[in-house]
Ligand binder design. Structure first.
Ligand code: NAP
Length: 315
């Protein structure tokens, strides 16, 4: 396999990675973005983004992802979509990035791989994935026209996606393990006003039940001492939080609690030349705007790292 050289390799094409690409390319580094799917990252599956400034009417996640990708490309970044990275190796301040499309030698790396959805680990979850169990309402919602579905979780994702699903489903059961939602207040207000959303407080799903190879019900246990119930439905959407996608670098860089990459406010990790940006390194607020901001900061630092590297080599 041929090897190609790039100045800054950006792993992940979500808001953090694409903003890093914009800044790195404008800083005149040869910039390559590696994205395993469509550029845009997790937001591509978000129906509406209302809290990214500059778009008063909101816009779809797919539109925003596309705009960010085009802007980075206009300024010179190369975006390699559908090209997952399989391994990253670090040696002497430089990096080998092994991707499906080929091997790249990079002078610096910005890791912006984001997060993956948390699985519940309950019986039936794996068995019925793709046959009623889903992690993407935008992708699968239309399959449940006039059917009952449930959404598991009480955060922003669960409440937003539950509302999206009311466009199709006859009833959306929002199942939350506590008696108060975690989601942003304005999202909660809309959910409480939506007749198609029924909230099951203090409940956890302990089993996904199927018949004829597809989901037919869930088993609900109470966290407040009520009897167990069986809730018949056709679809189960799980939004029970996220875990950092840090496995590519787990053997080369210091990880903090829960597997997030340890990075300082500039995005610097324990390995010189390897920076981290966005949700993979963020315990705090996880928003498009915070990811974009961290991407810009990491690119700025990576450009400085390349300048220092060139200066050292020319001595
Ligand atoms: P999250 O905020 O961590 O919420 C996860 C939810 O799942 C919580 O309500 C949690 O319950 C519940 N949960 C966790 N483990 C569970 C289990 N084993 N069984 C049942 N329920 C479980 O995750 P998220 O909603 O995916 O959001 C992730 C981040 O992205 C957040 O920072 C969020 O603000 C951000 N985000 C923002 C937007 C937006 O701004 N519009 C949209 C989507 C996501 P507890 O509440 O009891 O912990």
């Amino acid at each position: 396999m041929d090897t190609e050289h790039t100045g800054i390799a950006i792993i992940g094409g979500g808001p953090a990675g694409l903003t890093a690409a914009l800044y790195a390319a404008r800083g005149r580094a040869k910039t390559t973005v590696f994205e395993r799917g469509i550029p845009g990252g997790q937001i591509v599956t978000t129906d509406r983004i209302e809290n990214y400034p500059g778009f008063p009417e909101g816009l779809s996640g797919a539109e925003l992802g596309d705009l960010m990708a085009r802007q980075a490309e206009i300024h010179g970044a190369i975006i390699k979509g559908f090209n997952p990275v399989e391994a990253i190796e670090a040696a002497d301040g430089h990096f080998t990035v092994v991707s499906e499309e080929g091997v790249f030698l990079a002078d610096a790396v910005i890791l912006a791989t984001g997060t993956t959805p948390r699985k519940l680990g309950i019986p039936g979850e794996a068995e019925f994935t793709g046959r009623g169990v889903s992690w993407c309402a935008t992708c699968d919602g239309a399959l449940y026209r006039d059917k009952e579905v449930c959404v598991i979780g009480g955060g922003d994702a669960a409440v937003e996606e539950a509302m999206f699903l009311t466009r199709f489903a006859s009833q959306v059961h929002l199942i939350h393990r506590r008696d108060a939602l975690r989601a942003t207040k304005c999202l909660q207000e809309r959910a409480f006003l939506n007749d198609k959303i029924k909230i099951h407080w203090n409940r956890v799903v302990t089993e996904v039940i199927g018949a004829n190879d597809k989901v037919s019900a869930v088993r609900l246990a109470s966290t407040s001492g009520e009897p167990e119930e069986i809730l018949p439905l056709a679809g189960v959407f799980i939004f029970a939080g996220i875990i950092p996608a840090s496995e590519l670098v787990e053997n080369i860089v210091e990880l903090g609690g829960m597997g997030y990459v340890s990075a300082d406010v500039y995005g610097k990790t324990s390995v010189p030349g390897l920076f981290a940006a966005g949700d993979v390194a963020s315990f705090g607020l996880k928003q498009v705007i915070t990811a974009a901001s961290k991407g810009a900061q990491a690119a700025f630092e990576a450009l400085k790292y390349l300048d220092e590297d060139t200066a050292t080599r020319s001595k």
